[in-house]
Design a protein around this ligand. Structure first.
Ligand code: MG
Ligand code: ZN
Length: 188
């Protein structure tokens, strides 16, 4: 299970550079707990090009993730791994400009997770609010779900939107979770 962070788990506020700007969607913690209980490994995969752009540094994002993690733990929800891409095509420093394998829709962050755990990608999902999240799923042979929160509603109106046929479009992460759990039951 690969979850996008901004616009999917928490409110999309542009480049998130202050902990005070974190606003959980009210269903996120319950959704993660449901996925935990169903036995899914839960990884967060997030493009953090703000690092490459120099808006904040990587330790800030790691600290933010540790803090998000602590909040989840307080409610009994577990994220197994946090993965980020620090690169950005307009980064100041050449080594942060890429192209890299990890910037979504690239598959690098999922490959990093697969190096740590034995993951069956054909039974994996990527849930996110942008077409790049769904394209990341396509890149690894997993299934993608687009949520309408964050950029989702706007991305759905893009004329050049290229979602694979049959990609589920749902209201939010909780609806995605319900769909995933129902699908799991159908398979067994
Ligand atoms: Mg997002
Ligand atoms: Zn990258």
């Amino acid at each position: 299970m690969f979850l996008d962070r901004d616009g999917t788990m928490i409110d999309e506020v542009g480049y998130l550079d202050r902990r005070e700007d974190v606003r959980w969607f009210p269903w996120t913690i319950d959704a993660v707990r449901l996925l935990n209980r169903a036995g899914y490994l839960v990884c967060v995969v997030t493009n953090q090009g703000g690092i490459g752009l120099g808006l904040f540094d990587e330790p800030f994002v790691h600290g933010l993730h540790a803090w998000l993690d602590a909040t989840l733990h307080e409610s009994g929800a577990v994220v197994d791994g946090w993965f980020l891409c620090p690169h950005h095509p307009r980064a100041v420093a050449a080594e942060m400009r890429g192209p890299c394998a990890c910037r979504k829709p690239g598959r690098g962050m999922i490959d990093a997770a697969c190096a740590r755990w034995d993951i069956d990608l054909t039974r994996s999902w990527v849930v996110g609010d942008r077409d790049i999240d769904v394209m990341m799923a396509v890149a690894v042979g997993a299934r993608g779900i687009l949520v309408r929160t964050g950029h989702g509603e706007r991305d759905l109106r893009k004329v050049d939107l290229s979602l694979p046929a049959g990609t589920p479009v749902v209201m939010d992460l909780m609806e995605a979770t319900v769909l995933i759990l129902a699908e799991g039951e159908r398979r067994t």
